[in-house]
Ligand binder design. Structure first.
Ligand code: GRF
Length: 190
């Protein structure tokens, strides 16, 4: 039985697309069975639709009850009977209920060489720091901000004329491959 993968996303979902494409090309030893987003308008949701993958949206409203959101998100993932959760551009910190269920079964991808440049502005921060090499990291999700145990890292050179957008695009090319490899390297015993 292939691992059942649920992808969390908030944005454009090109990392999700990499998993979908790998599945189509039969080079993914897993099945993407669901997508969960915190945003109704996340463009990545239409990638799920186009691939026939069901999705759920669990919106966190400003000033809302974080614990209730955490519990609802955890339920949404569990409803897909996930073995492995892949956070692929999901822009919220996962809470205690989620971690109680999925710590050790949830991975994230980050556009920098952690522990350098954690947080949501990793690419901008790396450029501002003037580093000549940055990269991508796949790691286990824990309660911290991009602080979990590292699974894989790849470097990406910074070009003299890079903008945050051009650099992020090159990093994402690397992230897409790393994510497929990471999913392929993960086995859940059932
Ligand atoms: C990736 O760079 C990921 O590391 C970061 O957000 C980006 C998601 O890209 N957290 P996309 O929405 O999958 O295109």
């Amino acid at each position: 039985m292939p691992n059942r993968v649920v992808v969390l996303l908030s944005g454009t979902g090109t990392l999700l697309q990499a998993l979908i494409d790998a599945q189509r090309d039969q080079v993914l030893n897993a099945e993407v069975v669901g997508v969960v987003s915190d945003r109704m308008d996340a463009p990545g949701l239409s990638r799920a639709d186009a691939a026939g993958i069901p999705s759920t949206v669990v919106v966190f409203r400003p000033g809302g009850d974080r614990a209730a959101w955490d519990a609802e998100l955890t339920r949404a993932v569990a409803d897909f009977s996930a073995d492995l959760v892949v956070s692929a551009g999901f822009m919220k910190l996962l809470g205690p209920a989620f971690l109680a269920e999925y710590a050790g079964r949830a991975i994230n991808s980050h556009p920098a060489l952690l522990p350098a440049f954690p947080g949501i502005h990793a690419v901008r921060d790396a450029l501002a720091a003037g580093v000549k090499v940055t990269g991508a990291t796949v790691f286990w999700i824990d309660q911290g901000v991009d602080s979990g145990k590292i699974i894989a890292q790849e470097p990406v050179r910074v070009a003299a004329d890079d903008t945050a957008t051009s650099l992020h695009e090159r990093i994402k090319i690397v992230e897409r491959k790393m994510l497929v490899d990471a999913v392929n390297g993960f086995r859940v015993e059932r």
